[in-house]
Design a binder for this molecule. Structure first.
Ligand SMILES: Nc1ncnc2c1ncn2[C@@H]1O[C@H](COP(=O)(O)OP(=O)(O)O)[C@@H](O)[C@H]1O
Ligand SMILES: [Mg+2]
Length: 426
């Protein structure tokens, strides 16, 4: 009897202890929840995704490894899966974020406030399928008071793999997005400003580069007229003059085309043989060479590597430098005018060097420092833009344009172009 009594007492005490323990744990849990959930400044949402677990497991068993790719092919399933989701709980910060007045109100309209987002859902599905514990993504929320709030969300899944209590944390990134947008806008403004000023420069360059062939055309037209009307018409000479006219018209056209391409898109650069490029460029100004009575020499090293260039632009550089040289020699009345265009390999620097050399008057030391300035010209009709344009084209190709000149010996302009490595230089 006494024995039984003690057993009963012991059992009762044990029971009391257990009840007390449970009660205490529950109290501690509640306190924990109040501190870390309800009062958390970070919005926390608890969702139950267990309804979709078996579907995901079945998909995995069928061999679906990439749920993102699978759902992209069957987007209607996202909405279907979503029907099995439940919003379990939301803390005060969630209510504030959405502008909701009470938890009940929020939970009632949560499915509308947080409609299925393919991207976000896929991330959680993938995490569930891979048995991982966290997922993260970005999405935009539309609040009850009409605000649009970009957030980064982070989900933590219980280690047990139980998907009935997935915690979602939301971080408002409005400020970061705003700063990012300000930065992007500033960059775009800057790029636009740079473009506008380049367009300004280019307009001047059109005037400069188109003026030359037009002048050549008008000279050729007069010549052709003479060949056809002077005494015995010389059709052959007239025809060859017409050929020159056509070439110059093509040159003017190429310049205009270059501007158009520039305005449309990024510069087009291709692996190019400088040998062919230099010969083409000089071919285009053959007429001027004759007129200025200049003998042109081409010295090109054999088997040069290619350069990645905009062919039209580099041709323009060669033409500008060569015309300057011819004009300088003609204006100075140089006898025996020689123009040499040479291309040499400089393997140590992985560049090729193009040299345009004349035996003209040279450039006076007092002005040599100014020839690359915009609008600096010693010619009555000069625009003083040719060298500015050459320098900027060469620079944009990753090369350098330099000059060397000696009185009565002549002038040599040199520019480098990096080897083509299959990469567009900045
Ligand atoms: N090969 C050269 N020999 C002598 N002077 C030159 C040569 N190339 C350029 N210059 C000088 O540089 C100046 C600027 O050239 P450029 O920018 O092409 O403008 P422009 O040809 O319109 O004068 C020329 O006016 C001339 O004084
Ligand atoms: Mg010039």
């Amino acid at each position: 009897m006494t024995y039984n009594f003690f057993i009963t007492l012991a059992n009762a005490s044990l029971l009391c202890l257990l009840v007390a323990l449970l009660f205490n744990t529950r109290r501690r849990n509640q306190a924990f929840k109040r501190t870390y959930f309800d009062a958390s400044p970070i919005p926390i949402l608890i969702e139950d995704w267990s309804g979709v677990r078996s579907t995901l497991a079945a998909l995995k068993a069928q061999g679906v490894a990439d749920i993102g790719a699978f759902l992209a092919e069957h987007p209607e399933l996202v909405l279907q899966y979503r029907k099995s989701h439940r919003f379990v709980d939301a803390n005060e910060a969630v209510l504030r974020l959405f502008g909701a007045t009470s938890k009940a109100q929020f939970l009632a309209i949560a499915p509308q406030l947080l409609p299925a987002s393919l991207e976000s859902n896929v991330r959680v599905y993938q995490t569930l399928m891979e048995g991982k514990l966290t997922a993260q993504g970005e999405r935009v929320l539309h609040t009850l008071d009409g605000r649009v709030v970009p957030i980064i969300w982070r989900a933590t899944l219980p280690p047990s793999g139980d998907a009935s209590r997935i915690l979602f944390y939301g971080f408002d990134i409005t400020d970061q997005k705003r700063a990012q947008k300000a930065l992007t806008d500033a960059r775009a403004d800057l790029a636009h400003a740079a473009r506008v000023s380049t367009v300004g420069e280019l307009s001047a360059s059109i005037a400069h580069d188109v003026a030359q062939p037009l002048a050549a055309i008008s000279v050729s037209v007069s010549a052709a007229e003479r060949w056809l009307t002077n005494g015995q018409p010389n059709v052959d000479r007239a025809l060859s003059t017409l050929h020159q006219i056509r070439q110059n018209a093509q040159r003017a056209n190429d310049v205009v085309g270059r501007i158009k391409t520039f305005l449309r898109k990024a510069p087009k650069r291709n692996a190019t043989s400088l040998d062919a490029l230099v010969r083409d460029a000089l071919q285009l100004i053959q007429g001027e060479a004759q007129r200025y009575d200049v003998k042109v020499h081409i010295l090109i090293e054999p088997s040069l590597p290619t350069a990645r260039v905009d062919e039209g632009e580099i041709k323009q550089v060669v033409i500008n430098l060569a015309l300057n040289a011819m004009q300088a020699m003609a204006n100075a009345g140089t006898s025996d005018r020689q123009l040499t265009v040479a291309v040499a390999d400089k393997p140590q620097e992985a560049v090729m060097e193009v040299q345009v050399r004349d035996n003209g008057p040279g450039i006076d030391q007092s002005i040599i420092g100014r020839i690359f300035e915009p609008f600096f010209s010693t010619k009555a009709e000069g625009m003083g833009l040719g060298l500015v344009i050459c320098k900027s084209i060469v620079k944009s190709h990753g090369g350098e344009l330099t000059v060397q000149s000696a009185d009565q010996v002549g002038t040599a302009f040199r520019f480098t172009l990096p080897y083509d490595r299959g990469v567009v230089p900045n």
